[in-house]
Design a protein around this ligand. Sequence first.
Ligand SMILES: Cc1ncc(COP(=O)(O)O)c(C=O)c1O
Length: 380
Amino acid sequence: MRIPLSAPDITETDIQAVAGVLRTPHLSLGPKVREFERAISNYIGTADAIAVHSGTSALHLCIRSLGISAGDEVIMPSFAFIAVANAVRYESAIPVFVDIDPQTLNLDPDKVEAVITLRTKAILIVHTFGCPAEMSALLEIARRHRLYVIEDACEAIGAEYDGRKVGALGDVGVFAFYPNKQITTGEGGAVVTNNSEIAAKIRKLRNQGRDETAEWIQHSELGYNYRISDINCALGIEQLNRIDTILDRREAIAREYNQRLCQHPNLKLPPLTLSRRKISWFVYVVRLGDRFTQYHRDWIVNEMKARGIGTGRYFAPIHLQPIYRSCAVPKSALPIAEFCASRSLALPFFNRIRQEQIEEVCRVSIELIQVAEKRCDNRK
Ligand SMILES: Cc1ncc(COP(=O)(O)O)c(C=O)c1O
């Protein structure tokens, strides 16, 4: 793509840091992993952080360490990345999908209590696209029903709710560092928590079920190899060092898009500010107006691609994915998730996007939406 949907922002300092690790014998379980973990826990404001090789493995370790198992139910949005539900199914537990708030695209707290049963163990809250969920209402429901709160902050590092970083508000929080994220380690993830027992368990499960203090070949749990290398963590340390600049830059890009697209009546733009929240911009997603259908959105995606502009269809609801259709029938209808998913369009969004690229993306998007509008009119 001439203008990609996303692109990592790698500096010469990042490259030097990675090369530096390669000059040492410590490529895994070494000092850079610990340093990255300390940097993450300091930044988020939790007692501990455990670095792992992906956001998916971070989610899975949360489910395992909380003892969520066969037949247990976990409440979550369907308008999310599929790993959220997969992590629950790895333990034969059941994802229970709840509809979203159309403005924040996050779990609608008003719809959560209706699906709580005796088997419900946790609410898995996703801070979609970097916008914090309605935490005070969700935490209150969890407290009343004695449910765990797992915060999926994979798309939201640095976002805040009531002045506190997301990820630190529930029992456990997870982050992901794939190259399309605000900061990257190549592949990588982390769990944060204030609970020292959960942290110790996750540390053990990450490393084949070994006790930290025991002999290398002593395994006291059924664990995994979910380790992350020091090479990845060296990159993560450098990226985290400049996260404030990165988040400011991303916010400025979102503002620029909003300013250029706000005149268009048939586009719903993401809110730049929301009360009690600081947004950490992961992606920039617009929604086509009510008169459009998925057909129009997909046509625009293909036309943009033909012009060398990358876009994304974020997100396809999980309950409509072929692998979930038969096994996770929603207990209630999810009309807002389905409506938003069919009309969402993620535009190119990365730190180094240039002004003229933003201008081109906006110009082409508006042109194509106008053509799509004519098609809608002709169908009347
Ligand atoms: C909300 C959410 N959860 C989990 C993940 C999984 O992260 P990873 O791709 O690092 O496994 C992602 C990845 O994009 C995500 O967006």
